[in-house]
Design a binder for this molecule. Sequence first.
Ligand SMILES: C[S@@+](CC[C@H](N)C(=O)[O-])C[C@H]1O[C@@H](n2cnc3c(N)ncnc32)[C@H](O)[C@@H]1O
Length: 261
Amino acid sequence: MPESRELPDYAIRNRAAWTTANANYTADHARDSWMKDRIDWGVWNVPEDEVHILPDVRGLDVIELGCGTAYFGAWLKKRGARRVVGVDITPAQLATASTLNAEFGLGLEFIEANAEDVPLPDASFDLAFSEYGASIWCDPYLWIPEAARLLRPGGEVVFMRNSTLQMLCSPEEGVTQDRLVRPLKGMHRLDWTDEKEEDSTEFHISGSEMFQLLRKSGFDVVDFRELFAPDDAEDHPYYKWVPAEWAKRWPAEEIWRARKR
Ligand SMILES: C[S@@+](CC[C@H](N)C(=O)[O-])C[C@H]1O[C@@H](n2cnc3c(N)ncnc32)[C@H](O)[C@@H]1O
């Protein structure tokens, strides 16, 4: 795997946070996800068969930006994607992904790189994808144009992130509240510090800013969904920032799909 180019401060913080997350949770749970044949979304595993937002991936060249343990890329390969390349900055996450890739024999490729600056040629993919990867850990003003660069005309970007409403109800520390706790105006970079967790940095811009950014980057938005937790959902054992009861009442997650002109 090639060396990362120079990383911004937040990518270095996030790499440390994801090295810890790999040791504490993801490495032990990734195999269960790789084993599944069903595609599902987010913290509460909402089935794609209910959401119907993904394009038909058969024969497509796919790049997953912030692939983590790459279970989503594995699902897309099982659905017939021709090529799946996972990009991530955290060696520990890529090591888990590579071990499972060897075990399952799916032939994914991995690159250790910042998803805002991917060392691959223009117009090499049909689908750029992120589920809580670049979509929340990278600056949208960098990664969305980078996704556009990597895609062929007619190619699509599909990504899941926390809903804007959920971000507005997320305090500096502790779980999501049932009231607005931060302004939407100017929301962009969010630096999280928590004595119990690693420091990390996320990005979130409003829905209208995301819409305009996608348009300016050469995309037409073709779909947008807000996901609720299912009625029988329980709090996630590791991703505890949104109580299931909150997410049953308000959408905690959203998915965007946009097509490059
Ligand atoms: C929630 S995980 C991705 C989940 C993914 N759906 C999976 O299959 O595991 C977030 C990942 O984003 C990666 N990440 C964070 N900042 C990044 C950046 N600037 N470039 C690439 N990957 C990044 C982290 O290393 C981490 O592995």
